[in-house]
Design a protein around this ligand. Structure first.
Ligand SMILES: *Cc1c(COP(=O)(O)O)cnc(C)c1O
Ligand SMILES: [Zn+2]
Length: 412
């Protein structure tokens, strides 16, 4: 890889050759991929990008793959960035955009990391990839691997929503539903990966994954014609996404594609916010219980806390915790004002942004992008619980007229 110099431990600084099956440093620290920005500057221009395919692989020079590694088969990335004027007005910001990453092939932002895992597993010559996941990393890995002809072993906690499990079974993964929480699920996957030597797609352990995830911020920048907003809101679980988002922004800044870095908004659930608590109290992070229905961010032991905390601090970021009711209210608000259906964790960034607007932290002069990280169809049970049931009527126009009258609905 001519664009990559090496991998460096974020804890002790030790450097490693960027081989395809890198995991963590001998000291236990997470590795970060270090690029040769001079090489990238000389080889990538904004003009060149205009001719590239509309997938995450359009940013090859900024990604840690060999020049001859093929693009992965599914169309990952280039999700729409919507101008959400009506919602922006309701929240009270100058301008708001929504990046709908629920429109990826397996319906979450995790496809970006899983496509990268598949590309690197191919480079490593692996036949089987494994991971533990709250659900989306699992289904995205199963789908992207199936498309590329690789097999998967997937570990999910028993509470994973049915929609995600259905995806796993459909994609033909070997699925282990672990009787325990995410922490215990992770530990079993780790033991199994050690035993059988499968390619490791565990969040944070594999340093290439957040490089895949960073393509979401590369796209946001390009879709905004390289003019960055004041804030970028994202929901946080393990912390790989927010760390990746920040890495992408710093890459673009380093090669001179953008001249401003947005402040990150780290949104977590009130019932599980170890990353935000560490920032708010300016202390090292500590484990928390996993008390939220936003299953994808119910992460009591964040695997990438070091990178996430650094990203939030470096960006002069803002942390915000939202209750499950606030999350579900944001789901409905996004649905009614934007026609976008996000899963609970997918709308937590927007819920956080709304709360910060109400608190006056963000206001009339500010611009923001909120990333919807996963599709609402993944978890229909909670959506129906909070958004209610339809009118249930027989095939009878009089009954319909009466019901519409009773509800006071406008018919014109
Ligand atoms: C995984 C996930 C997140 C959080 O990403 P982390 O890297 O774990 O912080 C947010 N939303 C959705 C829908 C996810 O699947
Ligand atoms: Zn180290």
């Amino acid at each position: 890889m001519r664009n990559v110099k090496y991998a460096r431990c974020v804890k002790c600084g030790r450097q490693y050759d960027a081989t395809p099956n890198l995991t963590t440093c001998a000291c236990g620290g997470i590795l970060d991929i270090v690029y040769d920005y001079d090489y990238i500057k000389a080889n990538l221009t904004k003009e060149k990008l205009k001719t590239r395919p509309h997938t995450m692989w359009r940013y090859r020079e900024l990604l840690p793959v060999e020049e001859d590694t093929p693009d992965t088969p599914l169309r990952v990335g280039w999700s729409p960035l919507y101008e959400a004027d009506r919602l922006g007005e309701l929240l009270g910001v100058k301008k708001l955009w929504l990046k709908d990453d629920g429109q990826n092939p397996t319906a979450s932002l995790k496809d970006r990391a899983s496509a990268m895992a598949v590309a690197k597993a191919k480079e490593a010559g692996a036949k089987i990839i494994a991971c533990s996941s709250t659900g989306n990393a699992a289904s995205s890995l199963a789908g992207n691997a199936a498309a590329a002809g690789l097999r998967t072993f997937i570990f999910v906690p028993e509470r994973a929503p049915k929609g995600k499990v259905a995806q796993l079974m459909t994609f033909g993964a070997n699925v282990i539903s672990v009787q325990g929480n995410y922490e215990e699920t992770f530990e079993l996957s780790k033991a199994a990966i050690d035993k059988w030597g499968w390619y490791n797609r565990n969040a944070a352990i594999n340093p290439y994954l957040s490089e895949g995830k960073k393509t979401v911020s590369l796209e946001i920048a390009e879709q905004l014609d390289w003019k960055m907003p004041d804030y970028l809101a994202i929901s946080v679980g393990d912390g790989c996404t927010i760390a990746g988002v920040w890495k992408g922004l710093k890459d673009l800044y380093a090669i001179g594609f953008i001249d401003k870095l947005p402040r990150l908004i780290s949104a977590q659930a009130e019932g599980c916010h170890p990353v935000n608590r560490a920032i708010a109290e300016n202390k090292p992070w500590e484990p928390m219980e996993e008390n939220t229905l936003a299953d994808s961010i119910a992460v009591g032991v964040p695997r990438n806390a070091d990178k996430a905390l650094a990203a939030i601090r470096e960006s002069n970021g803002v942390v915000v915790n939202v209750t499950d009711d606030e999350i579900m209210a944001a789901q409905k608000l996004l649905g009614t004002t934007c026609g976008v259906f996000g899963e609970p964790a997918g709308v937590t960034g927007t819920a956080g942004l709304k709360k910060l607007c109400e608190q006056g932290v963000i206001g009339r002069d500010d611009t923001a992008v909120s990333v919807v990280t996963g599709n609402g169809l993944k978890d229909v049970a909670n959506a129906i619980r909070f958004c209610g049931e339809p009118m249930k009527l027989p095939n009878d126009l009089d009954a319909l007229v009466a019901e519409i009258g009773r509800r006071g609905l406008k018919t014109e």
